[in-house]
Design a protein. Structure first.
Ligand code: PMV
Length: 361
């Protein structure tokens, strides 16, 4: 697949107006994407669990307009007009216009809401950008007289989402998604996410992710800035090679269901991501003291009880606590008793592995 294959042929249908709604989930990477080339091409492959409960629900209303010289859209979050979101969407529209050439033909109203608190520090860009991309694909489908295969629809939705926010390309489907060309996963691509095609042990079915909201504030360093600091980073090339190795190591782990090895690999990935931040120039730290308190508590509990509890981190202070469904009773009890106290306002979100976005309307 090349970019050119996502440029549509002339549309066969005219549509005056319409309305589409998609709900799309967030995802959490096990092998992390950190560092990108031009046009949101990742420096290394990544693999993620799609989440189930942390979602963005977006309705796109569109109406044909006379003047097709520029974009025309409004954005609402939770029913409130949000002009502050417009520059991000405008940038996205500019990036994807060549692939969805109808953007200037319509006036759009974007109404969006998240199932998780807006300022929770949970990245809404993955769920938000994927929901938006899916809405645009639904418009394209109508303009193409519905003659688009499901495979093409999902691939192109992932491709468009990637141009909005890299990791968003892993939110279209579930339950495990790989993005970034590599030798381990056949059919993998830098352009879009693909479903992990190999055997996955039952231990990972309904895998739990309890997200501990340690710090809900604005991040001091955005992921865009963080990715860019991988240019000329002294350890970048080794890190990129390590991501390929870790993906290769993960394959037999996913197949055998070896939870101890799984935990070692994902925790090492999380700490490596943050080590890259700490060794950038300028360097920065996104973990907070309570992030470390939680990590140490998890390690102590695991040592004491043998429970298969592990953690991962994204580009922030929050901790994703990962564990198998069958151990959830005892682990959730531990989380409530010992970890929630380290969260801002004791806030946490119970989620689990999910199966991707759904069209609502
Ligand atoms: O999609 P972005 O540009 O926000 O980058 C996300 C990067 C990490 O969340 C840290 C890792 C990942 O693979 O999701």
């Amino acid at each position: 697949m090349t970019e050119a294959q996502f440029i549509p042929k002339a549309y066969t249908n005219t549509v005056e107006q319409g309305k589409v709604t998609w709900e799309s989930p967030s995802n959490i990477a096990l092998v992390k994407y950190w560092g990108k080339k031009k046009n949101q091409i990742p420096e290394n492959p990544s693999i993620s669990f799609t989440l189930n409960n942390c979602k963005t629900i977006t309705t796109l209303t569109f109406e044909k307009k006379e003047d097709t010289s520029d974009f025309d859209f409004e954005v609402y979050l939770d029913g409130e007009k949000k002009d502050g979101f417009k520059p991000k969407i405008e940038t996205f529209f500019k990036r994807v216009e060549a692939y969805v050439p109808f953007l200037k033909d319509y006036k759009f109203v974007v109404e969006t809401r998240n199932t998780f608190p807006h300022s929770s520090g949970i990245a809404s860009s993955a769920s938000g950008m994927s929901a938006m991309a899916l809405c645009l694909m639904s418009v394209e489908k109508q303009l193409s007289s519905n003659e688009i295969s499901e495979e093409y629809f999902n691939q192109k939705a992932s491709f468009l989402a990637r141009l909005g926010s890299g990791s968003a390309c892993r939110s279209i489907e579930g339950d495990l998604i790989v993005w970034g060309e590599n030798e381990v996963v056949k059919g993998s691509s830098d352009l879009f996410g693909v479903k992990y095609p190999y055997a996955v042990h039952d231990n990972f079915k309904e895998y739990q992710d309890t997200i501990l909201l340690v710090d809900k504030g604005e991040k001091q360093v955005s992921s865009t800035v963080g990715h860019n600091l991988m240019f000329n980073h002294p350890y970048a090339q080794n890190r990129f090679a390590q991501a390929h190795d870790n993906l290769e190591k993960l394959k037999p782990i996913l197949e055998s269901g070896n939870l101890d090895e799984f935990i070692s690999l994902i925790e090492s990935e999380a700490l490596t991501l943050h080590a890259m931040m700490m060794t950038s120039m300028p360097y920065f730290i996104l973990m907070k003291p309570n992030t470390l308190e939680i990590i140490n508590k998890i390690w102590a509990f695991r040592k004491e009880t043998g429970a298969h509890i592990g953690f991962t981190l994204d580009a922030g202070a929050n901790v994703h606590v990962l564990y198998p469904k069958k151990e959830s009773e005892k682990i959730l009890e531990f989380i409530k008793n010992e970890l929630v106290g380290y969260c801002q306002n004791e806030q946490y979100i119970c989620d689990q592995i999910g199966f991707g976005a759904q069209q609502v309307q």
